[in-house]
Design a protein around this ligand. Structure first.
Ligand code: ZN
Length: 260
């Protein structure tokens, strides 16, 4: 699977585009990176939607069913526990590392991500807005108390089907946004604000079809940002972007990062 990504040398036009992006970031005051599944698949995180992925073997559990039905809770935790196992071996890749360095150098104000794997923080990014929550924490659906995911998954591994909150006895659930669950309105409004104030907006590894992913680059572009799309495949927003690079993220981002 990894062989799909390597080795891709950039052509002359892409090299020129990369130089243009690096220069824009040197002059930027509010550059924002927005990332989707593409950056994580290059770390070996399986795309759960793909054939054979976890989501194709388990029926998705709606948030309302998680609250209402014991069997749905058991099924959900079984699926999430299996998916969590992948994190034991995955590491941030050169793309995550480059974004962390750009932020440390003051060239990015932060990362907005659709990913729930925590790899940006693992790479050293400090300001990460997680639109779909995170698998690295679990939260009580009754009182909202949050816990590190690791010890809770250890309890599931030891046989607890649906772990309960030590504060109130409510059900714990990975701190991700489930089907049928609203995005966190505070996270959403903050990401819209950052997008509107961005002078450079990098959309990285997202197919840009699911909301709000599809709107954030549009907000940025309409407010005057330079819109850059870096993705393996074409996206519906390629036509409005200032620069589009179809190549592997872990190849392109380290070259854009000239802070070294
Ligand atoms: Zn609780």
């Amino acid at each position: 699977m990894m062989s799909e990504w390597e080795p891709m040398r950039m052509n002359d036009r892409q090299q020129a585009d990369v130089a243009k992006i690096a220069e824009a970031l040197r002059n930027a005051r509010g550059a924002v990176a927005f990332t989707g599944a593409g950056i994580s698949t290059e770390s070996g995180i399986p795309d759960f939607r793909s054939p054979g992925g976890v989501w194709s073997r388990y029926q998705p559990v709606m948030f309302q069913d998680f609250l209402a039905d014991h069997d749905a809770r058991v099924r959900y935790w079984r699926m999430k526990h299996e998916a969590y196992g992948a994190y034991a071996t995955v590491r941030p890749n050169a793309g995550h590392d480059a974004l962390a360095r750009l932020e440390a150098a003051g060239r990015l104000v932060g990362v907005i991500t659709q990913n729930i794997d925590g790899l940006h923080q693992a790479a050293g990014s400090r300001t990460v807005h997680e639109l779909h929550g995170t698998d690295r924490h679990v939260a009580c659906v009754a009182c909202g108390k949050r816990f590190d995911a690791e010890p809770v998954h250890a309890r599931v591994e030891a046989g607890e089907a649906v772990p309960e909150c030590d504060g109130c006895g409510g059900w714990l659930k990975p701190a991700t946004i489930s089907f049928g669950q609203q995005l966190d309105p505070d996270v959403l409004s903050e990401t819209i604000r950052l997008s509107r104030e961005a002078d450079v907006f990098l959309a990285i590894g997202s197919s840009l079809v699911v909301e709000p992913a599809a709107s954030l680059p549009v907000h940025a572009k309409q407010a005057g940002a330079m819109l850059v799309i870096i993705n393996r495949d074409t996206t519906p927003l390629d036509d409005i972007a200032d620069v589009v690079i179809h190549a592997a993220i872990s190849v392109v981002l380290p070259v854009i990062d000239d802070t070294k």
